[in-house]
Design a protein around this ligand. Structure first.
Ligand SMILES: [Zn+2]
Length: 300
């Protein structure tokens, strides 16, 4: 199989029926441009059984999972592929509790692996938003009130969102970033990482955006209770309701990973056919993440 396409769970099971098939799938991606030894950098080697490669330089035998986000997955590669399939192809994914039950993995283990998948879903920052962009701040968690605007409730987690709209005012792409406060300094990174300096940007009247006008083309409009930013507020509502479905408290430390997952699915909703393969590809390219890198506190 070249690459898995589509969203059919029946095809998925047929084409990737066991751990070996998944190992082969990873090997194909990992060594598609030839072999480079991860120990010594040598580029000559030979294929070994079990989808491994042996280096002619240092004799090290490398598996197809080594140095990827599938490194040392203890519950089996096929289950790991299933988790990625669920997270990438479904419109909302599921909690680690449900994921654990569905694939017979301990909840904590499922959560930990899902954080790795979210890490692979992080934006490459290679394709900044470049057309009409609406930017606004919002909060998640804590008590929800009906009113719009900046909340200073310390229990709530603050975020800033940038939405790219088409000429027909349809949402094209979305980025969300966790912020500590509403200062210009905290609002700057989402511009630098995700918005082109040539884009036409609209924000509300908040003064935190003022200093950014030097570099960006920003128009400030009254929000009018969100009416001037209708599409953006629909996305915020979707994000909030998705986060509410996650059973327990999401810490501030982890919330960015959930934002990244949410945006990844929205930004690739036109490319659902290849979304599973793309996610696997990113997990092969990514550097391994270890337990110490993911503080596993309170999150599900
Ligand atoms: Zn080597």
């Amino acid at each position: 199989m070249e690459q898995f396409t589509g969203q059919s769970i029946l095809n998925f099971i047929k084409e990737l029926p066991d751990d070996d098939a998944c190992k082969a799938y990873l090997a194909k991606i990992k060594w598609q441009d030839g072999f480079t030894c991860m120990k010594c950098g040598h580029t000559k080697g030979c294929e070994k059984s079990g989808y491994k490669y042996q280096c002619y330089g240092c004799q090290h035998v490398e598996s197809s999972t080594a140095n990827t986000l599938f490194h040392k997955v203890k519950f089996g590669l096929q289950k790991a592929f299933c988790v990625v399939f669920e997270m990438s192809t479904s419109s909302k994914s599921v909690s680690s509790i449900q994921m654990g039950k569905r694939f017979d993995i301990r909840q904590g283990t499922a959560w930990y692996f899902m954080q790795k998948v979210r890490n692979a879903m992080k934006s490459s920052q290679n394709y900044p938003l470049s057309e009409l962009i609406h930017v606004d701040e919002f909060t998640v968690g804590g008590k929800e009130q009906g009113k719009q605007g900046r909340s200073y409730d310390s229990k709530k987690k603050k975020a800033v969102i940038a939405v790219e709209l088409s000429k027909k005012q349809q949402v094209k792409r979305v980025y969300v970033r966790s912020i500590d406060d509403y200062s210009a300094k905290s609002l700057t990174p989402i511009f630098e990482e995700h918005i082109s300096t040539t884009a036409q940007i609209v924000t509300d009247k908040w003064r935190g955006y003022e200093p950014l006008k030097k570099r960006y083309n920003i128009e400030q409009k009254f929000s009018d209770n969100g009416k001037n930013f209708k599409e953006l507020h629909i996305i915020i509502m979707q994000l909030k309701s998705w986060l509410r479905a996650i059973p327990t408290h999401v810490t501030k430390w982890h919330i960015q990973a959930y934002f990244d997952e949410f945006c990844f699915r929205i930004n690739r909703s036109q490319f659902k056919q290849s979304i599973f393969h793309k996610t696997i590809e990113r997990m092969v390219i990514a550097k391994p993440i270890y337990h110490k890198d993911i503080k596993q506190t309170l999150s599900v």
